[in-house]
Design a protein around this ligand. Structure first.
Ligand SMILES: Cc1cc2nc3c(=O)[nH]c(=O)nc-3n(C[C@H](O)[C@H](O)[C@H](O)COP(=O)(O)OP(=O)(O)OC[C@H]3O[C@@H](n4cnc5c(N)ncnc54)[C@H](O)[C@@H]3O)c2cc1C
Length: 509
């Protein structure tokens, strides 16, 4: 085995690594075949290094996979909630294009919020939001925002909760109308119990003032919206993972499906192997030199053997995730809406959002006379939504769409099924930072293990961030030095890019 060291730790004798970097000599074992883990294997495979990916499920793609359903009408395809590709990072855009090749589509995005029977553009376009609110409420929104800013100037208030953060950025009226109800649906907790970190990660630099300013006079460089169009693989977002998997196989590296990691075996501060259970129930150990994990961080902390210190195990119990269930409806109808996504704020409608895959790519349905909907329910283990049977969920969804929203009729529904995705959203409940730090500090002591991805790092990462961590983890093994904690720590709102000249995302199209 090679003597490797963790990124940022003192260098060891490794043939390829530069001082302080981990080296890729020997075999890299990657836990999880979502986009993050596959990206690490893709980069290592391209560079000619041995890597093996261990995946519990019988398919690749994780949360970003595409499900195919064969019916008498032909094949329907469904993402686990629509996944669009967008990033400001040109290296990642290049990687996405390289992988997707001729399957790449550009899709126009028009998303709206449905609230109290009205529609407002999403993300909020300020003129449109104020128009939908009416003159009186708009004036109130502007006045209470101004009052909030003034009082915070006089006596600054630290932003602790999600509620603080939204009110700080948009004022109390806009918060209550456009952010509170939806956030509470997503997280299942009042916004004053959720950390403000999520808001700052998702919409740093955005506020009523910047939105109004940018609507009137774009300032500080041209604002390029990453909102209006995005890249998407014609056969569904899962093609990204499937094509990476094909490329990994073509280079002679392996993805072992139906292989769940049950124990992370260590000697002192080095991981030596992983105990896995195969789909047929057999248990064996996969040895390696370097390890990358994209499995839930809380699970990782608990399966290290010899075990992590008691305080780390206790910390793992304190972090929670939110689950998602998608209800996939197949319809004999040409189109339901022209939206990319429709966000549903009303409390009496149990789901939070839906998208119509055909609006993303015509290949998602068997023919032009068909369409489909992917309807997202946010829930937690044991709550009233998670406890519903799949049949009840399909029926509930159909009823909402017929009776409450008037989008479809019963005879248009030709079938439906539910998909459950546990631990889809890391929950930034107030106080989550300390347990997270304790787990990460322990994982950091394991010198030949890197953590990547979304639930792998307990960070609300999109696919671009998830693959960025996978890419940088692989580069660390190839002799570069990258701090994976810096991924998704942007200072600017994810969905805009300020540039002096032509936007890279358009220029490179
Ligand atoms: C509803 C929804 C919509 C989204 N929309 C977008 C979007 O529009 N754009 C975007 O960029 N991103 C989007 N995302 C985020 C995107 O899905 C994630 O960022 C991405 O899938 C994370 O990749 P990953 O590899 O870190 O993790 P995952 O995709 O979760 O993959 C982790 C893999 O690890 C496997 N695993 C778990 N435990 C074990 C074990 N013990 N042993 C072996 N394998 C194991 C899992 O089966 C899984 O395949 C969305 C997510 C959701 C839930």
């Amino acid at each position: 085995m090679t003597d490797v060291s963790r990124n940022g730790h003192p260098a060891t004798s490794n043939g390829r690594a530069t001082d302080g970097a981990i080296g890729a000599q020997g075999k890299t074992v990657i836990m999880g075949a979502g986009p993050g883990g596959l990206c690490s294997a893709y980069v290592l495979s391209k560079a000619g290094y041995p890597a093996v990916v261990l995946e519990k499920a019988p398919f690749v793609g994780g949360l970003a996979r595409t499900i195919r359903r064969q019916t008498e009408h032909g094949e329907f395809k469904f993402d686990i909630g629509g996944h669009r590709w967008f990033t400001k990072n040109d290296e990642l855009n290049d990687l996405f294009r390289e992988v997707i090749g001729e399957e790449l589509l550009w899709v126009n995005r028009t998303s709206r919020i449905y609230f109290d029977g009205k529609y407002v553009d999403y993300p909020l376009k300020i003129s449109n939001a104020l128009k939908a609110m009416g003159t009186g409420t708009s004036a109130l929104a502007m006045a209470d925002y101004a009052r909030t800013r003034a009082s915070r100037k006089v006596s600054p208030k630290p932003v602790v909760s999600m509620e603080d953060a939204y009110i700080d950025q948009f004022g109390p009226t806009l918060y209550k109308m456009f952010f509170q109800r939806y956030s509470e649906k997503v997280w299942g907790l009042p916004c004053d119990q959720m950390s403000g970190d999520w808001v700052s990660q998702r919409s740093k630099g955005m506020s009523l003032v910047t939105a109004v300013k940018d609507a009137i006079v774009p300032s500080k460089g041209k604002v390029v919206s990453l909102i209006d169009e995005f890249m998407y693989p014609a056969g569904g977002f899962g093609r990204f993972s499937e094509r990476m998997a094909d490329a990994i196989g073509a280079k002679g590296n392996e993805i072992q499906l139906g292989t769940g990691v049950e124990k992370v075996l260590r000697e002192g501060n080095r991981v030596t192997g992983l105990q896995v259970r195969r789909a047929d129930g057999t248990v064996d150990v996969v040895e390696g030199d370097n390890f990358i994990s994209s499995i839930p961080l809380t699970m990782l902390a608990k399966i290290v053997e010899p075990a992590a210190p008691a305080e780390v195990l206790a910390a793992a119990d304190k972090l929670t995730f939110r689950n998602i269930i998608t209800v996939n409806l197949m319809l004999k109808k040409r189109q339901v809406t022209t939206d990319t996504w429709l966000y549903v704020h009303d409390r009496n409608i149990l789901f939070g959002r839906f998208h119509e895959p055909k609006n993303w790519s015509p290949e998602m349905v068997p023919g032009d006379e068909y369409t489909s909907l992917v309807v997202e329910y946010f829930c937690s283990f044991g709550d009233h939504i998670w406890s519903m049977s799949d049949e009840e969920l399909v029926e509930q969804t159909t009823r909402h769409l017929i009776d409450d929203m008037g989008f479809i009729t019963r005879d248009e529904v030709i079938g439906g099924f539910a998909i459950r995705a546990p631990r889809a959203y890391p929950s930034y409940v107030i106080g989550y930072e300390k347990p997270l730090e304790a787990i990460k500090a322990f994982v950091d002591t394991l010198e030949n293990l890197q953590i990547i991805g979304r639930y792998g790092t307990f960070r609300y990462n999109n696919t671009d961030h998830s693959i960025e961590t996978g890419l940088l983890a692989a580069k660390n093994l190839l002799g570069e030095r990258h701090d994976l904690d810096q991924v998704n720590a942007d200072k600017e709102y994810h969905e805009i890019k300020r540039v002096a000249a032509e936007p890279a995302v358009t220029a490179a199209r």
